[in-house]
Design a protein around this ligand. Sequence first.
Ligand code: ZN
Length: 185
Amino acid sequence: MTVTDTEYQAIKNNDKRYDNIFWYAVKSTKIFCRPSCLSRLPKKENIKTYYTKEDAVHDGYRPCKRCQPLGKSVSDEEWVKEIDTILLQNFWQRLTLEELSYLARGSESHLRHTYKAVAGITPQKRLMDIRLNIVKKKLLETDFTVKEIAEGVGMENVGYFIRKFREYYGDSPLQFRLKNTNSAK
Ligand SMILES: [Zn+2]
């Protein structure tokens, strides 16, 4: 159902009186919440309301980590899996820890701590791994410039991008492309 004005007000005011009366799902993040959830207010057009939480689950929405609409907490391992999915779906845009914690519905410090504890690396490191893996492919399989490739993976600062690439692979992106495309021929 589309959100009504009353429901939207309830969400905006984190109104506990509406908890267990309806739940709201956010289409852009695929997460659903209780009205009282303290997470950032989504855009109205992104909200879908439900009158049973089972319907939200049935439609593929995941329970919010913060307000836990299913009443039990998501395990850390499950949460880290969700974060990985979010990283894979959003690596192409500029993705700060703040933005990531919004998408994953948890505080920045809790996210960083939990992720590191479960995955053994920081979420930023995972994001860099994902990006540079894609970059490597694009360097070898396309004619895009280094700048275009950097921007395509959400890294607008090309200097920083080149530095990171060198850290990982020992060569600059251009050297990497030259070396590996020549030897392939
Ligand atoms: Zn929530």
